[in-house]
Write a protein that binds this ligand. Structure first.
Ligand SMILES: NC(=O)C1=CN([C@@H]2O[C@H](COP(=O)(O)OP(=O)(O)OC[C@H]3O[C@@H](n4cnc5c(N)ncnc54)[C@H](O)[C@@H]3O)[C@@H](O)[C@H]2O)C=CC1
Ligand SMILES: N[C@@H](CC=O)C(=O)O
Ligand code: NA
Length: 816
C-alpha cells in the first residue's frame, strides 16, 4: 500500500483536481487503494492567516471569506454532478459559518493566539480534503474522509506541534483497520493535543502527515505529488540547465533541500527514514515522469556530485583573538549560547590555529547574535583576548552534495577551479569529515554565476557554457555569428559546449540577453534595439551580468576596445580578438595584457592576429613552452599582398587586383594598412614578441612595395587613384621578375632579434615560390627544427577562415 500526498498546487484549481482524480484512477487500476493526504487549496493557508490577522486588527475580513467560499464552490460546480452538489455545499457552508464565528470572536477580542490561529488554518485542509474526497467518490466508489486531528496527537506547541508517536501510530492503525480497503482521504498539516484542540505541524506539515501515516502503516512508498519533476540538481530559477535527479539517499535529499523552492521539508522525512520507506517526488502536471526516489541507498552513481544546494541570503559572524587558542570549551560556550537563544547556525569554520571562528546565520539573527556574544564574552573582550565580533552581510552559501563524493579525489579541485576562474571569491569553506557536503560562502552577487559555473563543471553532458560578448558586426563578426549558428547543435551534442552570444555591439547599436541572442536574426534584433552603442556602458553591463565563463570578443579593427581589455581581465573575463592593435602597440601594453590575464586566471587568445585561422600563434606557443628557441622566422603573412602577386598576371591591372582583394574580404577595412605593410608589420611584431623579443613597432624595418605617391594618399579613394596612376611602376616590377623566371614575394624575416619586411623576387627553387590565393606561409627554424624548418602554409585571409579561428579560440576558453 502507498501514501499519496498532494500539495497545494495539485488541489489548487479545477484543472489540477481533475488531473489528481486521473492519477487516483490509474492507481486504483493497480489493485490496492492508497491513503491520500491533501494540503489546502494553493494559497488558502495564507489567505486564512491574513483573515485571522485582519480580524485581530479589527479590520473587515468578509471579502476574504467570500473569496475562500468562491474558490471551493467553483470546484463543486465544475466537478460534482448536480445531484451531488447540495450536500457538499451544505457541509462546506457549515464549515465557513463556523470559521466566520471564530473570526468574529477574534475581532471582538482584538487578539489572536497561536491556538486560535491553528484552528483558523485547519479549515483549509478540512475543506479541500472533504471536497476532493466527494469528487473522487463519483469516479472511484465510496471514499472515507479522515480529519487527522482525530488520530495525530501532539503536545500543545501550537504552530509547530510535536507528535506523540506511540499514541498516534496506534490511532492511525485503528483508523486504517476500520476502513481497510476503502479509498481514504486524510487532511494534511493538522493534528490535535490531549484536550482535542487543533494543532498544526509547522512548515511542510502535509509532507509530515504523509510520513507519519506511512511509517505507522509500514507502507511500501510515500509519494509526494507536487508541481515539479523531482529534486533538481540545483535551484532551477538560477540554473537553467538544472535537471531532475533519478534517485537520492535520505542524507543527500536533506542536504539538498535547502533550495529556495522547497520540494520537501527535510525533517518531515524522518519517520520515513527510520522505517526505510522510499519517498518518491512526482509531478501532478506530468504524471508520466518517474520523478525522484529518495531511499536508503544512493543508486545513481553517474555523478559523484548529486546536486548543488544554495542559500541565497546569509550573514557571517567573525570572531578572532588569541583568547580562543587552545581554550577547550570556548566554542562550546559560544554555540550553546546561540542554541539557547534559538539562533540557528548554518555553517561553522575554524582555522586550525584556533585564532578565528566564522559561522553563518540567517541575516535576521546576525545583530542579535553579535550582541549576545558581546554580553557573554564581556570579560574576554575587555581583556582584549578576543576582538569585537564582526558581521558581514550580503553573502550566500553554495554547497555541493553527494554521498559518492566521499573518497573521490579531485572533487574540491573541480569546485574551486570553477569558482576561481570565474573570479568568485570564497569567504569561507566547510567540509564535514563525512565528505558528502562541501560548502563555500561567497558574495550574494556572485551566486547565480557560481551556481552555473559549478553546475557546468560537474555535469559532463554539457561541459561548459560560454557567455560571449561580441564587438563588431562587420566582415568577420557576421561570419562568426553564421558559423556559431550553423555549428551550435553539433558542438553541444558532440562536445558538450554551448556558446551563447549574450551581448552584441557595433558602432551604432548594442543589445544584450542573458538567455542568448538569436543568431538567426541577430541583425534585426540589434537594429531594433533601443540602446545606442556605448562601449563604457557595454563593458559595465557585461560586468553587471556577472555570467560564468564570460568571453569578450573583439572583432573590430579599432584601437578603442583595446583600451578596455585590462578592465575586462580584471573582471575575470577572457578576451578573444582578431584585432591586432592590442598586441602590436607598445610592448608594455602587450606584456600587461598577458600578465593580467594570467593573474586573473582567464584566457587571452588571438590566434587570428597572424595568418587568420592558420595555427601559427598556437604553434609558436607550443614550441616556446616546450623549451625550444626560435633561430629564424621567414614568412609571408599578408594574405592581401600574397593574393595580389598570385593574381597579378596577364591583362589585369594592379589597381583591379587590389580592388578584388578587398571585395574578397582579404584586406583590412582600410586596404592601405595592407599595402603599406602596416598589417604585416603588426604580425611580425606579435610573432617576435611571442618568440621572446622585447620589440616596439618602430623596430620593424619595412621596405615599401609602393611608390611614394601611393604611400602619401590621404584617403582610400585617393589611394586607389594613385594605384591607377602608378600602373607602370607595378608593370615594370612584374616584367623584371618574369624576365628572370621569378615571382614577386613580400617576405618578413626575424633573425637575431631583427625584424624586417621586404619585397623580393624568388625563383622556383625557393620554398615560397609556389603559392596561390591568399596563402600565407611561415617557416620556423628553431633549435629543434634546425635541419629542416617547421612550415605552416594555407589561406591566411578571408572572412571564413578568420571567423573560424576566432570560433576555435572561443571554444578553447577555459579548456587548458
Ligand atoms: N579579413 C581578414 O582576413 C582578417 C581580419 N582580421 C581582423 O578582423 C578585424 C575585423 O575586420 P572586418 O570584419 O573586416 O572589419 P569591418 O570593418 O568589416 O567590421 C568592423 C566592425 O567593428 C565595429 N566597430 C568598430 N569600432 C567599434 C567600437 N568601438 N565598438 C563597437 N564596434 C566597433 C564596426 O561597427 C564594424 O561592425 C580587423 O581587426 C582585422 O584586422 C584578422 C585576421 C584576418
Ligand atoms: N588583411 C589581412 C587579413 C589577415 O590578417 C591580410 O591581408 O593578411
Ligand atoms: Na593564426
Amino acid at each position: 500500500m502507498k501514501i499519496l500526498k498532494f500539495g497545494g498546487t495539485s488541489v489548487g484549481s479545477v484543472k489540477s483536481i481533475s488531473t489528481l482524480i486521473e492519477i487516483l484512477k490509474h492507481e486504483a487500476a493497480s489493485g490496492e487503494n492508497p491513503v491520500v493526504v491533501l494540503s489546502a487549496m494553493g494559497g488558502v493557508t495564507n489567505l486564512l492567516s491574513t483573515m485571522a490577522n485582519k480580524a485581530a486588527a479589527g479590520e473587515d475580513f468578509s471579502g476574504y471569506v467570500s473569496e475562500l467560499e468562491n474558490r471551493h464552490f467553483d470546484v463543486i460546480k465544475a466537478l460534482l454532478e448536480v445531484h451531488q452538489q447540495n450536500p457538499v455545499f451544505t457541509r462546506l457552508k457549515i464549515l465557513f459559518n463556523e470559521l466566520e464565528d471564530i473570526l468574529q470572536g477574534i475581532s471582538s477580542l482584538r487578539e489572536i493566539t497561536a491556538r486560535t490561529h491553528d484552528l483558523v488554518l485547519s479549515y483549509g485542509e478540512r475543506c479541500s480534503t472533504f471536497l476532493v474526497s466527494k469528487i473522487a467518490e463519483q469516479h472511484l466508489g465510496p471514499t472515507v474522509y479522515g480529519n487527522a486531528a482525530d488520530f495525530i496527537k501532539t503536545d500543545s506547541s501550537f504552530g509547530q506541534a510535536k507528535v506523540n508517536k506511540e499514541l498516534t501510530d496506534l490511532l492511525i492503525r485503528e483508523f486504517y483497520e476500520q476502513n481497510k480497503g476503502k479509498l481514504i482521504f486524510v487532511t494534511g498539516f493538522i493534528a490535535s493535543n490531549d484536550e482535542g484542540r487543533i494543532t498544526t505541524l509547522g512548515r511542510g506539515g502535509s509532507d509530515y502527515t504523509a510520513a507519519i501515516f506511512g511509517a505507522a502503516l509500514d507502507v511500501e512508498a510515500i509519494e509526494i505529488w507536487t508541481d515539479v519533476n523531482g529534486m533538481m540538481t540545483a535551484d532551477p530559477r538560477m540554473v537553467k540547465k538544472a535537471f531532475p535527479l533519478k534517485d537520492l539517499s535520505y542524507t543527500e535529499a536533506m542536504e539538498l533541500s535547502y533550495f529556495g523552492a522547497k520540494v520537501i521539508y527535510p525533517p518531515t522525512m524522518i519517520p520515513a527514514f527510520m522505517k526505510k520507506i522510499p519517498i518518491v517526488i512526482r509531478n501532478t502536471f506530468e504524471p508520466s515522469f518517474p520523478g525522484t526516489v529518495i531511499s536508503h541507498e544512493s543508486n545513481e552513481t553517474e555523478h559523484s556530485v548529486k546536486g548543488i544546494s544554495s542559500i541565497n541570503e546569509i550573514s557571517i559572524i567573525d570572531l578572532q583573538g588569541s583568547g580562543m587558542v587552545g581554550k577547550a570549551g570556548f566554542s562550546g560556550r559560544l554555540f550553546s549560547l546561540l542554541a539557547r537563544e534559538q539562533i540557528n547556525v548554518i555553517l561553522i569554520t575554524q582555522s586550525s590555529s584556533e585564532h578565528s571562528i566564522t559561522f553563518a546565520v540567517n541575516p535576521a539573527d546576525a545583530v542579535k547574535g553579535k550582541l549576545l556574544i558581546e554580553q557573554e564574552f564581556e570579560l574576554e573582550l575587555e581583556a582584549r583576548k578576543i576582538e569585537k565580533p564582526e558581521i558581514e552581510e550580503g553573502l550566500s552559501i553554495l554547497a555541493i552534495v553527494g554521498e559518492n563524493m566521499r573518497s573521490t579525489p579531485g572533487i574540491s579541485g573541480t569546485l574551486f577551479h570553477a569558482l576561481g576562474r570565474n573570479g568568485v571569491n570564497v569567504r569561507a569553506i566547510a567540509q564535514g569529515s563525512s565528505e558528502y557536503n562541501i560548502s563555500v560562502i561567497i558574495s550574494r552577487v556572485d551566486l547565480a554565476k557560481a551556481l552555473n559555473a559549478v553546475h557546468d563543471a560537474f555535469y559532463t553532458d554539457l561541459k561548459k557554457t560560454l557567455n560571449v560578448f561580441c564587438l563588431g558586426t562587420g566582415n568577420i563578426g557576421k561570419t562568426l555569428f553564421k558559423q556559431l549558428r550553423d555549428h551550435s547543435d553539433f558542438l553541444q551534442r558532440q562536445n558538450g559546449i554551448l556558446v551563447k552570444v549574450v551581448g552584441i555591439s557595433n558602432t551604432r547599436k548594442m543589445v544584450f540577453d542573458t538567455a542568448g541572442l538569436p543568431l538567426e536574426n541577430w541583425l534585426e534584433v540589434l537594429e531594433e534595439s533601443t540602446e545606442d552603442a556605448d562601449l563604457d556602458v557595454f563593458i559595465s553591463r557585461m560586468k553587471e551580468m556577472n555570467l560564468p565563463n564570460a568571453v569578450f570578443v573583439d572583432n573590430t579593427a579599432s584601437p578603442v576596445p583595446v583600451e578596455f581589455y585590462s578592465e575586462v581581465f580584471r573582471s575575470n573575463i577572457s578576451v578573444v580578438t582578431c584585432n591586432k592593435i592590442g598586441n602590436s602597440s607598445s610592448y608594455q601594453q602587450y606584456r600587461g595584457f598577458k600578465d593580467l590575464a594570467r593573474k586573473h586566471g582567464v584566457d587571452f587568445y588571438y590566434e587570428t592576429n597572424v595568418g587568420a585561422g592558420l595555427p601559427i600563434i598556437r604553434t609558436l606557443k607550443d614550441l616556446m613552452m616546450s623549451g625550444d628557441r626560435v633561430i629564424r622566422i621567414e614568412a609571408i603573412l599578408s594574405g592581401t599582398i600574397s593574393f595580389i602577386f598570385n593574381n597579378f598576371k596577364g591583362e589585369t591591372s594592379f589597381h583591379d587586383i587590389v580592388k578584388l582583394a578587398q571585395e574578397k574580404g582579404y584586406t583590412e577595412p582600410d586596404p592601405r594598412d595592407d599595402l603599406r605593410g602596416t598589417d604585416f608589420m603588426r604580425k611580425m611584431l606579435i610573432l617576435a614578441r611571442d618568440a621572446g623579443y622585447t620589440l616596439e613597432p618602430e623596430d620593424v624595418k619595412i621596405d615599401s612595395m609602393l611608390p611614394q605617391a601611393c604611400l602619401d594618399a590621404d584617403s582610400v579613394d585617393e589611394f586607389y587613384d594613385e594605384l591607377k596612376k602608378n600602373n607602370d611602376y607595378f608593370e615594370v616590377l612584374k616584367a623584371n621578375a618574369a624576365s628572370g623566371g621569378k615571382v614577386l614575394r613580400y617576405i618578413g624575416k626575424l633573425e637575431n632579434g631583427d625584424v624586417s619586411i621586404a619585397l623580393e623576387m624568388v625563383d622556383e627553387a625557393h620554398p615560397f615560390y609556389m603559392l596561390s590565393g591568399s596563402d600565407n606561409i611561415i617557416s620556423f627554424t628553431t633549435e629543434r627544427y634546425k635541419e629542416r624548418p617547421l612550415v605552416v602554409k594555407g589561406p591566411g585571409a578571408g572572412a571564413e577562415v578568420t571567423a573560424a579561428g576566432v570560433f576555435a579560440d572561443i571554444v578553447n576558453v577555459g579548456t587548458f
